[in-house]
Design a protein around this ligand. Structure first.
Ligand SMILES: Cc1cc2nc3c(=O)[nH]c(=O)nc-3n(C[C@H](O)[C@H](O)[C@H](O)COP(=O)(O)OP(=O)(O)OC[C@H]3O[C@@H](n4cnc5c(N)ncnc54)[C@H](O)[C@@H]3O)c2cc1C
Length: 422
């Protein structure tokens, strides 16, 4: 008999829903995951999109954030036991090709990366930024993982304050400073800007958004510390490992079931209605959905304070994005031979071109010189392509969320742009 009740009901089976369900089940809770799509995974999928034998990660691909975070610390071992294998870069990790063809590269070894900068002082500043971050990582990680307005947040801020003037203040400054401002004020040459301004796109930022000065050293530390992990056999294998782990823990997964509302009694979430059927939650309902959906549709009107509801109504969505998957009979013939062994290459002129492209996208325009993210995952995991072949995962992150805006040329044709000769 199917029992429509569990300790926790998790709405959505993207990575956040899967992690929550697995951690709760490992702690002994009974869990039901409810997913409206016919398959689990949200923005994780691997498909033979082009030709037989080519496995393309349709959406997300690089698991740097997952592998470097607390969920992997808790679930890495059990997922390995259920078939998850990561492959990552040991030498060159990432690169950027500027408009004039100059290439800047990130190596797993920070010293080797810094040694390639034209100005020795830039290398020193880069290594100092990484060292400063490492020395404060406990408190910084705590701040990033704490709820806003929580005692935990204050505790971590206090830990930095106790280190005196150099404790908290530099981090507050970094949070208020853009990536462009940081690279201009800290480095003489442009390698750090070329390398890391496009990485800000992966944090949902642009080179002119506040907090880039904080994010650039953080992203750099992640690349040096973890490389760029991808799942052997494609990200779909990540879902296979989760499915197997969750099955072994007795987690029930209902796919094709759309949660229409969350049931609230006496101020507590006590279940959901999914495709017309009630599911009771004895201890918690977890919803990994957008704020608009959670506060605007799923929760009944009086369930949260008017202030929280108003804050959720003001939530703004970021830029859109687009991906193109290419099957190749042989690896790309980059003019700079070093790029033939780099898993992720940005075609960007740093803050210059990426900043303008972001501004255009945010104004509702198609950028004239978009940043192109070129993923060569097959270098880390050759099982994704036929022997001797190659594939590209091309990502464009400066896509307007909505068309139109400030200019009379909404989504107009691209201007001719300088050739990149990388
Ligand atoms: C094209 C693309 C590329 C990306 N590349 C990377 C990358 O390389 N590395 C990286 O770290 N991040 C990447 N990201 C970001 C990453 O995919 C997201 O951060 C991640 O998917 C968020 O996971 P989530 O579980 O919160 O949400 P989602 O993955 O969006 O999952 C939410 C799930 O909830 C379900 N759902 C929603 N509402 C309901 C409802 N009412 N009832 C039932 N089910 C519901 C949805 O169907 C979906 O399956 C990429 C994103 C995109 C779009």
């Amino acid at each position: 008999m199917v029992v429509d009740e569990a300790d926790a009901v998790v709405v959505g089976s993207g990575i956040n829903g899967l992690v929550a369900a697995a951690e709760l089940a490992l702690a002994g809770w009974s869990v039901i995951i409810v997913e409206r799509a016919p398959r689990i995974g949200g923005f994780i999928a691997t498909e033979e999109r082009t030709l037989p034998g080519y496995l393309h990660d349709t959406y997300s691909s690089w698991h740097l954030l997952f592998v470097s975070g607390p969920a992997h610390a808790a679930l890495g071992e059990p997922l390995r036991a259920h078939g998850l294998t990561y492959r990552t870069a040991d030498s060159w990790v990432a690169a950027s090709v500027a408009d004039d063809g100059r290439t800047a590269l990130v190596h797993r070894d920070p010293e080797r990366t810094a040694a390639a900068f034209a100005h020795a002082s830039d290398g020193t500043a880069y290594l100092a930024a990484l060292a400063r971050l490492e020395a404060n990582m406990g408190a910084i990680g705590g701040l990033m993982g704490s709820e806003l307005r929580s005692p935990a947040l204050l505790r971590h801020a206090a830990a930095l304050l106790r280190r005196g003037r150099g404790g908290l203040e530099p981090w507050i400054r970094a949070m208020a400073t853009s990536g462009r401002g940081y690279t201009r004020s800290t480095y003489t040459g442009d390698e750090v800007d070329h390398l890391y301004a496009p990485w800000l796109l992966h944090a949902g930022l642009s080179p002119d958004h506040a907090s880039g000065a904080f994010m650039i050293p953080l992203l750099a530390a992640g690349l040096h510390g973890f490389g760029l992990p991808v799942v052997e056999g494609g990200s779909g294998r990540f879902l296979d490992a989760f499915r197997s782990l969750l099955d072994s823990l007795g987690v029930r997964i209902d796919t094709g079931a759309h949660v229409e509302r969350i049931l609230v009694e006496r101020g507590r979430a006590v279940g959901v209605v999914a495709s017309g059927r009630p599911l009771r939650a004895r201890r918690a309902v977890l919803a990994s959905v957008t704020p608009t959906a959670l506060y605007g549709a799923l929760l009944p009107k009086g369930a949260v304070s008017p202030r929280l509801r108003a804050e959720a109504a003001r939530f703004r969505y970021g830029r859109g994005e687009m991906q193109i998957h290419v099957a190749l009979s042989a690896p790309l013939d980059w003019r700079d031979e070093r790029l033939r062994s780099v898993p992720l290459v940005h075609l960007s002129d740093g803050s210059g071109s990426t900043g303008i492209a972001c501004a255009e996208a945010e104004a509702g325009l198609l950028p004239a010189r978009p940043t192109v993210v070129v993923g060569q995952q097959y270098l880390l995991d050759p099982t994704r392509v036929p022997e001797g072949a190659a594939a590209l995962w091309l990502q464009l992150q400066e896509v307007p969320f909505a068309r139109g805006g400030a200019s009379p040329r909404p989504c107009g044709p691209a201007r001719r742009r300088p050739r990149r000769s990388g």
